[in-house]
Design a protein. Sequence first.
Length: 639
Amino acid sequence: MAKKLNNPVDTAPFDKETLEAGLKKIELVRPDRQGLRDVEMALEQRFSKAELEKMAEVFKQAFGKCAFVCMQPNGITAICDEAMQIYNNLARKGQLATALGWLLCEPQNVKAYVDTLTQPMKNLWRHVLVNAFVTEEEAMEILGISTPMLTTQRYSYYYERPSMTRTEYDLFTTVSGRKAAMGDHYYRESCTYISVKSVIYYHFFPVFFPEAYDTGLSVAALPYESPMVLNFENESTAKYTLLNSLIKTGKLPMGAKSVSQADIKRVAKQMGLLEFFPSEQHTLYGNLRSRYYIETLALANHLVDNKTKKKWTGLHDVLRFLLQDIGIIDTWMTSFFFPHIKGLRKQMVEYNKLEDICDGVLEWFGEEPERWIPISDLFMKTLIPKQYGGSMLNYAQVFLSSEQKNDVEIVNELTGEAIGVDRYVQEFGYTALQAFAFMLCSLGVVEIGLSPLKRNNTPFARAEYVRLTALGRYALGLSDVYEIPEPEHTAYFELDPDRLIIRSLVDPNPYAQLLLDTSVAISRNRFETSAQSFLAHCSSRKDVEEKIGIFQQFVSHELPPLWKQFFDSLLQHCNPLKKEYADYYIYSISPDNTDLIRLLTGTPSLRKMFVRAEGYLILIRKVDQKKFMDELKKYGYLL
């Protein structure tokens, strides 16, 4: 039986006419019928009647004595019977669900409640809606209060979840998790976090953050000068041919899971790749761009090229195929995006939504392909609640489970701070967006506008704006043609006009490794080319043509007559023999069997059915074998 309340509005028999007389009126928007049914069903299924009564009490306390009215189908504004049921102390569970559904289903109706809140309370709502979880201490700090929000936890035969100390908190709920850091005995104690009931979350989010639902983005001009912009489009395109050659020739091996860090550093040095932050000393920044560029393209070659058996014409084609299905690298996304996080375990990340976040970002890029987009805007778009397993949650809220093992401490290596679930959205959700921008930037897909402020809590913290490059617009299918930038014509080699000798003109030479696929080093700066060395790793005329094209692009644009003649000769000598696809049986004849030899060589009907080979061998087509055997029988021979 429901507890009697002191408020006469709650205990008096339900009489809408009495309630309406002399009360302030709050006009509600009539909800969509199907939407209302969905909310009613969710409330009835997930909450007991007592819990629904507590939620109704929150609205009653906020609105005070009032009459809810709405426009009827006939166009007349009249009292809303369904919503008024929150004042009926004898209301059934279904009636309470309907009344709460009216107040939750339409943003304007929710806003009527939000307008009654104090500014500190609104600040708490915004914080919890964005960050999913908050500790009681931080919530109290936001509200500016010293009175606890939760009752003391009690232990009996079972653990009882603490309850809220004030009615206005009853739209929130509690979640049991672990403290961010280890205790004195290397054990992570339990911690209670405050969150928002899932149904409530879904309906309050658009009221507090309507900008997340805008059809466009708050695109902007970059507020600072070009030195604060990272753009690797030209270099990414120019270096791809060299990287692709190293991959194809086995100079960049793929390990059991990925490319080793040692190989990435070696190849990056050989290629002379530019880094994001070359002056940054911390190891996490040292080869960040190289890892993104080399490992992503090596994975694309392994996962995409092997799958489609397609010959790519350049980086632009590889990226177009890769970004159409970014999920093919989802296994590597956690290590890509969070190299600064220690303590992650497989069970914590295997059900993350990073692929969804990346797909959402790529989709929004198409809205304003030539304008700068604030990453904060993309963050709000990906926070929009989605339906996951019957619960309305945001991407970042389900990235990691709130339940962690006692012996696992998740630490930000750059700050040295342990991470609790109340920091997951910022540490993993927002950082994932910034890291994805850096990954795309390393490939030349986007350029990044950096914040002028020095931020070191993650390797990606300064990413503030992103904009698609021409390469990015092609890769996402927003343009049909991509004009490959003209490479810089720097003389790295000199060809000897009289011998097939190449001399390196710079030391170190970023393309020396590429030359080792066509030539043999005979000294530190000299290489000798031969037909054998040049044809290494070639299996078709197309491979030879491709290698000659790479040679002319990176070694020398102008070929002396000797070199031109050498390449012409290689092409002329391609496929000089015609393959015979017929299958043969091979038979040997004893040199002493002169009668049989005389018969085979002197009988026209037999001679035309076999081919003579050295060593007293004859080759007979399989299709002619029976005929050959029958013909031999005429002369008394059984094969």
